[in-house]
Ligand binder design. Structure first.
Ligand SMILES: [Zn+2]
Length: 279
C-alpha cells in the first residue's frame, strides 16, 4: 500500500511540475497561466494532449517541437522530474497525508520562486500570495484538529508572516545603507511573509541567516571561481583589453538562497533551536 501512494505522489508531482513550468514561463511576463493552452514558443503550434504529457512527451519527441523541429528546453523535463521526485520522497518519508501535502506544496512553490528569481530577478506574486494563503489556510485547518507536523500553529503563523516580512525589510534597508543600492525587493518581503506563515517568527528569522550562510558558501565555492575562470578565458582569447581587467562579480538574487533556507528552517529549524538552547 505504501509503494502505491509513493507512485501516485510521483505521477501527481510530475503533473504539478508541468504546471509549475507554465507558471515559471508566464508569470514573469504577466501572462495568465490558464489561457491560452500550451504552445510551442517558436512556432505557436498548440500542443495536443499527447505532446504535453509530463516527462514522457519530451523523451518521445526527442526534445524537438513536432511542428517546427526547434529544440524544447531541458528545463521542462528537469522541473517535472524534480517535483515528481520531491513529492515521491515527501510521501515516502512522511506517509501519504495532510502534513506530506503541505510540505510538498511548500517545497514546490519555493522551487518556482528560486527558478524565476535566478532567471528573471523577480519573484512573482502568484507564488508568494498563493503560498501565504495556503500556509494560513492549512494552519486554520490544522487548528481544527489535524496534525500540524513541522508547521507553525495558527497564532504563530500570523505573527510569523509579519515578522518574516518585517525582518527582511530591515535587512534590506541595512543592506541599502551598506552597499548604496537596493538589496531586497518587494518580492523578498512577500516571500518572507509566506515563509513566516509556514514556520512562525523564530524560524523565519533563522531562514534569513541560513540564506545568508548558503549565499556566502555559494559565492565562495561556485559563483566567484566561475566568474574568475570566465574572465581568464576572455583575457586569453583577447576579448578583454590587456592590463587590469575589470572584475564584476555576478549578481545572484537573494530569493535563490531564501527558498532552500526556508525548507531547512521548516524541517530542521526546531532541532537547531533545541541544540542552541540545550548546548
Ligand atoms: Zn514549434
Amino acid at each position: 500500500m505504501q509503494i502505491y501512494w509513493q507512485v501516485v505522489a510521483f505521477v501527481f508531482g510530475a503533473m504539478i511540475g508541468s504546471f509549475l513550468n507554465v507558471c515559471i514561463g508566464r508569470w514573469p511576463a504577466e501572462q495568465s497561466v490558464v489561457r491560452p493552452r500550451s504552445r510551442c514558443p517558436h512556432c505557436r503550434h498548440q500542443l495536443a494532449w499527447y505532446e504535453n504529457i509530463p516527462l514522457l512527451s519530451w523523451v518521445a519527441l526527442r526534445a524537438r517541437c513536432r511542428c517546427c523541429a526547434e529544440p524544447i528546453s531541458v528545463q521542462y523535463p528537469l522541473v517535472e522530474l524534480a517535483v515528481a521526485v520531491l513529492w515521491f520522497f515527501t510521501v515516502r518519508q512522511m506517509g501519504a497525508g495532510f502534513v506530506a501535502v503541505r510540505v510538498a506544496v511548500m517545497a514546490t512553490v519555493l522551487l518556482g520562486v528560486a527558478i524565476t528569481d535566478a532567471k528573471h530577478y523577480l519573484i512573482p506574486d502568484g507564488f508568494t500570495l498563493f503560498g501565504l494563503v495556503f500556509a494560513l489556510g492549512t494552519a486554520v485547518y490544522a487548528a481544527l484538529g489535524a496534525d500540524s507536523g513541522p508547521f507553525a500553529g495558527l497564532y504563530e503563523a500570523v505573527i510569523g508572516a509579519c515578522v518574516g516580512a518585517g525582518f527582511i525589510a530591515i535587512v534590506g534597508w541595512l543592506g541599502e545603507i551598506a552597499f548604496k543600492k537596493e538589496a531586497m525587493g518587494m518580492g523578498d518581503m512577500t516571500l518572507m511573509a509566506f515563509v513566516g506563515a509556514a514556520v512562525g517568527p523564530n524560524r523565519a528569522i533563522l531562514t534569513v541567516f541560513v540564506a545568508a550562510a548558503i549565499g556566502a558558501a555559494a559565492f565562495i565555492l561556485v559563483v566567484y571561481p566561475v566568474a574568475w575562470f570566465r574572465r581568464d578565458r576572455r583575457l586569453e582569447q583577447g576579448e578583454l583589453p590587456l592590463g587590469p581587467a575589470p572584475f564584476e562579480p555576478p549578481l545572484v538574487p537573494f530569493g535563490v538562497f531564501l527558498a532552500p533556507a526556508a525548507l531547512v528552517a521548516l524541517l530542521w529549524g526546531n532541532a537547531v533551536f533545541a541544540w542552541i538552547l540545550g548546548g
